[in-house]
Design a protein around this ligand. Sequence first.
Ligand SMILES: NC(=O)c1ccc[n+]([C@@H]2O[C@H](COP(=O)([O-])OP(=O)(O)OC[C@H]3O[C@@H](n4cnc5c(N)ncnc54)[C@H](OP(=O)(O)O)[C@@H]3O)[C@@H](O)[C@H]2O)c1
Length: 339
Amino acid sequence: MKIAVNGASGYTGRLVVTELARRGIEAVLVGRNPERLRAAAGKTGFEVRIADIGDQDSLAAAFAGADAVVNTAGPFARLGAPVVRAAIAASAHYVDTTGEQHYINEVFDTFTDAAVDAGVSVVPAMADDGGPSDFISHLVGETAGPVDRLTVALWYRDGSFSRGTLRSLDPNLLFDGALRYENDGWTTYGAASHATWRFPSGDAPVGVSKAALPPVATVPRHVPVGRMEGLLGGSFDALKVITPAVIDSLPEGPDDEQRRQGRWTISVEASGQDGRTVRGEVEGTDGYGKTAVIAVEAARRLVTDGAKPGVLAPSQAFDPETFMDFLSEHGVRWRVTEG
Ligand SMILES: NC(=O)c1ccc[n+]([C@@H]2O[C@H](COP(=O)([O-])OP(=O)(O)OC[C@H]3O[C@@H](n4cnc5c(N)ncnc54)[C@H](OP(=O)(O)O)[C@@H]3O)[C@@H](O)[C@H]2O)c1
């Protein structure tokens, strides 16, 4: 098995490279900067191939012979589509680490037919937020039956974001531009349904904002749901005023120690059409490290187990329970409760 990593020189890309080496999976590191790619390869012995995202042919050539592409080069709204197109052209499966809700819908809208024709599976959002939140929502939906309302709340704490994440968080899209699902489609909306949310690990309710979370783009594709929205816990006021120059001046991302201390919680609540309430919770640490674990396992499963061709939500590509059990082996806790 050979996996191409696009964006291998970046903060998340290097973690993906480390995870591939740890698992003994052969990799090709793809990007625009030979020096940074060689540094990312380190002592792994992985091949380096140079391709700029602006050059479609060189990108497809760089993916030649790869069974799957893991794409970590963001912001995905700006950089993602050419990489999906090149992976399909190279007949390689595709997963990425995006957290950008609008981009995820764009991938479904743009690439479904091409992926089916090429016989490859394209699974965006296989990161610490998009993967587990989609899986837990599916498991909650299975328990609840047809769902009237589904709410997913996400809470990051004790950590910090990478520069690449900050560049990818467009506050206009993330907050005011957030989409919710209702009447069989996605739409912008007014106020969030909740101002606070009680997370399983928090003593007190946490302030939440409406947010463009990935699962709102993926879950309605496999869970029958009347309305679904996303909430983000904590205060993100600084995001609304931070400038690109300030982001450029920050460290590339948290150091290893800080990274491992970061905690994330996903809390899902479904009201079934029969009046029952079902909740799901996922808790983990080291969001960037877990993102690498999730993206590599997703690519490995597409290659070894296969999935149907096309653009797929995580739960359409993988069995949600066995994937969550795999994450349990990496310290992620999850449960579904009724009532
Ligand atoms: N949702 C989640 O939970 C989650 C978790 C982790 C990461 N992510 C997302 O993953 C993305 C990467 O984050 P990061 O922290 O790794 O960012 P990063 O450190 O800035 O890395 C970005 C990568 O993209 C490459 N790149 C940028 N512009 C390019 C271009 N025009 N052509 C070719 N390559 C280009 C960079 O190459 P150079 O080295 O040459 O600059 C680098 O390899 C972000 O969108 C982030 O939000 C999401």
